[in-house]
Design a protein around this ligand. Sequence first.
Ligand code: SF4
Length: 258
Amino acid sequence: MKPKIIKTQAKEIFTKTKLPGADWVINQYVGCGHNCSYCYARFIGRWKGYGEWGSWIEAKINAPELVKGKLVKGRVFMSSVSDAYQPIEKELGLTRKVLENMDKNTDLSILTKSDLVLRDIDILKQFKSVDVGFTINSFSGKEKEIFEPDSPTSEERIKAMKMLKESGIKTYAFVSPTIPGLIDLNKVIDQTKDYADYYWFEVLNLRGAGKEFSDILEKEYPESYKIMGDRDLFTEFLSDLKSVIQKYGVKTKGIEIH
Ligand code: SF4
C-alpha cells in the first residue's frame, strides 16, 4: 500500500542531536516507506497519530528553503526518523532540493537503504565533506520479508556503495541490526570491504525496536531471542562478533551496544 503523504511546513530543519558521531540531524521527511519492522523511530507514529508506521510520511516541503544560507557547525546526519531516499523521494525530489540548497561546506553524513542516492552523485560531489552509508546486513528471503519488507535488497545497496566509491564519494557500511544467529558477518564484510571506507556496527536494540518486534523475534526466531535475553549467551555473541571484526582488521567507528 502506498503511504499517505502529509505535506507540512517546518519552523526549523536542523535539530541538535546526541546521536553518536553527529551534532545535528536533518529530517526533511518524518516516517518511512521502507517500513522496517525493527525501526527505532516507530514510536513517533504513536504521538503523531497518523496511523501505522509505513502507512504515512510527513514531507516538510519548505525544507529546501530552510537550509538555504544556513551553515551549522559540526556534523549533520541525514536522517534519524526517516530515510532520505525512501520510495516517495523519487516522486517528490525533496532530498535532492535540500542538498541543492545546502551550504556545500556542511559536514554531511547520509545513511540510507536505497540505491536512489545514486541519482544525486552530481550534488554530493560538490560537498567538501560528505560520506554516504548503507545499512548492510545479510537479510534475505524470510528475514528480509519480515524485517525490511519494502527496501532495496542487500545486493542493490552493495552495488550502489561500489558506484559511489568509484565516483570518489566516501562510503561506510552500517552493519545493523546485528541479531544473533541472523547475521552473517563474514559474508557482510567480504561483500563490502572493497567499497566501504569504514564500518559502523550496531547490535539490535530490542527495547528500542518495540514490543511488536520483540514478539515477532520470539515467535519466528526463538534462538536469537533467547540469546538477546541471556547475559552469558549475549556476551559470547559479542565476543564472536568482535573476533570477526578483528580478523578482518577493517576500520571501524565502533560497535554500538545498547
Ligand atoms: S529505513 Fe530506517 S527510518 Fe526507514 S523504516 Fe527502516 S529503519 Fe526506519
